[in-house]
Design a protein around this ligand. Structure first.
Ligand code: BGC
Ligand code: ZN
Length: 355
């Protein structure tokens, strides 16, 4: 079968013909795989923890949706079922054993397409039922490739809901309508974060350092998400009118943490998600802001199976009304390897069509 592979830690990308021999589990025909920053970092040889499953090449791909071709009889999955495979697979620690490998205690896990396990950028894969999440509605077949990045957001929402409960943080009418969430980064993850936090009733401001493409603007306008281009107006100025109650970083540059802690209100909630950053220029200032002003900064990586299920429910109920299809700006053939290295002008989510 065809597969897109890379050679960690060096990187590179190649479409090759591979034979993995006979595999156990449910056979799934890949339908779509998404490409994200993590994939690009692996291909560029910048993701330190990328590693093959065996030998020296790794099949890429952790964002996927497929169709069950051969159920294995051990579960109620049927031929034709639409499924999203999970990225992270448990090790032996307590959290992993409880199905919360996203909170793995000792790092003893693998991640498909990223570290220690082959991913889904291939014609077909086999998997165990417990790592497959069913998509109930055929109408979201194309959108379901967004499940994986969206599950990260569902975990952020869980953390956020938990953190805001530590004090009566809601508005006078018990909603979150008076609260402003700043989201840093306007890639797929940033836009999904904005959509989800908008959906829980917050006012959302998307922040970026440069003017946005038209399609991103359209998406934000359509979903009534506010926007700040800091090359045009400073964050300091914006928060005078629209105070920053909470912030989520989906960029990963360390100065974003400083920008957030400099501008967020007391008792604010800052969730860091982006990882591709530099060290802070002044760790002390950042720390002082966090500690002295009760700002909770939480790292968030990955999500549990329930977040996948929640992501699917979100897509099923809001996918059409939010016009989430606009997030997928290009569908490519597996041969089009330039998708990994070239950025299209208006690109949001590029996907590879396998069947
Ligand atoms: C994935 C996560 C994963 C993380 C780090 C992200 O792109 O969405 O599931 O844990 O990369 O490997
Ligand atoms: Zn990803």
């Amino acid at each position: 079968m065809r597969a897109i592979t890379t050679m960690p830690p060096k990187g590179g990308v190649e479409l090759s013909d591979i034979d993995l021999g006979s595999q156990v589990g449910i056979k799934v025909r890949t339908y779509r795989t998404g490409i994200c920053g993590t994939d690009k970092e692996i291909v560029e040889g910048r993701l330190k923890f990328a590693r093959p499953e065996s030998g020296n090449s790794l099949i890429l791909g952790h964002e996927a949706v497929g169709i069950v071709e051969e159920p294995d009889g051990s579960s109620d999955f049927k031929e034709g079922d639409i499924v999203v495979p999970m990225v992270r697979r448990p090790g032996s620690c307590r959290m992993c054993q409880l199905g919360r490998q996203d909170y793995c205690e000792d790092g003893d896990f693998v991640e498909a397409g990223i570290r220690g396990k082959n991913g889904f950028m291939r014609d077909e894969f086999t998997d165990y039922p417990r790592f497959l999440v069913r998509v109930g509605s055929r109408s979201v077949l194309d959108l379901a490739v967004l499940t994986e990045p969206l599950k990260n957001v569902m975990k952020m929402k869980e953390i956020f809901q938990f953190l805001r409960m530590r004090l009566p943080w809601y508005c006078e009418d018990s909603t979150l309508s008076c609260k402003n969430m700043y989201v840093f980064g306007t890639g797929t993850e940033g836009l999904l974060i904005s959509s989800v936090f908008k959906s829980i009733g917050m006012n959302v401001v998307e922040v970026n350092r440069h003017p946005l493409g038209e399609n991103v603007m359209d998406y934000l306008d359509y979903n009534k998400i506010d926007y700040l281009d800091t090359s045009n107006e400073s964050l300091e100025n914006k928060v005078k009118d629209v105070p920053m109650d909470a912030a989520i970083d989906a960029v990963g540059a360390m100065d974003v943490l400083k920008e957030i802690t400099d501008n967020i209100r007391n008792n604010g909630i800052a969730i860091m998600f982006g990882t591709s950053g530099q060290l802070p220029s002044s760790t002390y200032e950042v720390l002082e802001n966090i500690v002295d002003r009760n700002i909770v900064v939480v790292g968030s990586v990955d999500g549990a199976k329930e977040h996948y299920a929640e992501a699917i429910r979100f897509i099923e109920s809001h996918g059409a009304s939010l016009q989430m299809g606009r997030l997928i700006t290009g569908t490519y053939k597996p041969e089009d390897l330039k998708v990994f290295t070239e950025k299209e002008k208006q690109e949001i989510k590029k996907v590879i069509a396998w069947s």
